[in-house]
Design a binder for this molecule. Structure first.
Ligand code: G3H
Ligand code: 13P
Ligand code: ZN
Length: 304
């Protein structure tokens, strides 16, 4: 049985910390983040994007998550990240995900409302909560991309939440997906976040929040990666965003970098070793370390 995303986020809102959302694509990533959560006694949200589902299959990822949640001593929620295809969203609802995201942020305001309302109706019937997005978060990953950031308008956000009945709102305050978040100085619009918090009572979600840690980048580069120009969100800005009311924080890129750096090192250091366990084991361990750093930063340790 999965934990309710809504319950986890409401508790976080009261406790002034953020619940980590980790994107998962395979067993090693899942085991790494769950191990981190168990060690630090933190609730977590396991998230599958449509890209992850195309790669591994929704049934397979759902079963893996179910097993993790049965074995772990912390609350684990399962979430559909950036759902755009209605059939995928319906399947996640039918399987019993804890929550689904409808990302109609590329549509105009009225169409976004219409599509979000439709998903809210379907999901709420099964007691499943819904994350929606207003404004557009920049950057690009596999199936999730937008060239520009369009900041979320606070008054529009109030109207959007009221008219759709969504449970959490992803807001655009300057972050973007992927490893190339800022060309110059990394700045989040904390002023805008404060205004949003005043207009909207439901939990707010920060996407594109990876830190892109320097040591990880240096490690990957030492073993052959080419990552010039990467830039993440500084920890201080994450802390301020939590202070101003962010209660769910999405991390994918940092996990990818951790996996990549560890695999590169393993392959380079032992060119005669072709045992997948000796290649993916270190990647899982690196994921665990990075996930622990994120949990500490978000303040969710001990809140299970
Ligand atoms: O926000 C997007 C997630 O990081 C998923 O990316 O579509 O490449 O799986 P993906
Ligand atoms: P990052 O690319 O910064 O890790 O953001 C991930 C995300 O927002 C998933 O929804
Ligand atoms: Zn996202």
């Amino acid at each position: 049985m999965f934990a309710s995303t809504k319950t986890l986020l409401q508790k976080a809102q009261r406790g002034k910390y953020a619940v980590p959302h980790f994107n998962i694509n395979n067993m090693e990533i899942m085991q790494g983040v769950v191990q981190a959560a168990v060690t630090l006694k933190s609730p977590i949200i396991l998230a599958t994007s449509e890209g992850a589902i195309n790669y591994a299959g929704m049934n397979f990822l759902h079963c893996l998550a179910q097993t993790a949640s049965r074995l772990a001593s912390v609350p684990i929620a399962l979430h559909l990240d950036h759902g755009q295809n209605l059939e995928t969203i319906k399947k996640a609802i039918a399987l019993g995900y804890s929550s689904v995201m409808i990302d109609a942020s590329q549509d105009h305001f009225e169409k976004n409302i219409l599509r979000t309302k439709q998903v809210v109706r379907l999901a709420h019937r099964k007691n499943i909560s819904v994350e929606a997005e207003l404004g557009t978060i920049g950057g690009a990953e596999d199936l999730v991309s937008s060239r520009n950031i369009h900041y979320t308008d606070p008054e529009k956000a109030r109207e959007f939440v009221e008219r759709t009945g969504c449970d959490f709102l992803a807001v655009a305050v300057g972050t973007s997906h992927g490893a190339y978040k800022f060309a110059g100085k990394a700045v989040l619009r904390q002023d805008l976040l404060q205004q949003l918090r005043h207009k909207v009572a439901i939990p707010l979600v920060l996407h594109g929040a990876s830190a892109v840690p320097r040591p990880l980048v240096r490690l990957a580069e030492r073993y052959g990666a080419s990552l010039r120009g990467v830039e993440g969100v500084p920890d201080t800005q994450i802390k301020t965003a939590i202070f101003y009311g962010i209660t769910k924080i999405n991390t994918d890129t940092d996990l990818r970098l951790a996996f990549d750096a560890a695999v590169r090192r393993a392959l380079k250091q032992a060119p005669r070793d072709f045992d997948p366990r000796h290649i993916l084991g270190p990647a899982r361990e690196m994921i665990r370390k990075i996930a622990e750093q994120r949990i500490r930063l978000f303040g969710s340790g001990g809140k299970r």
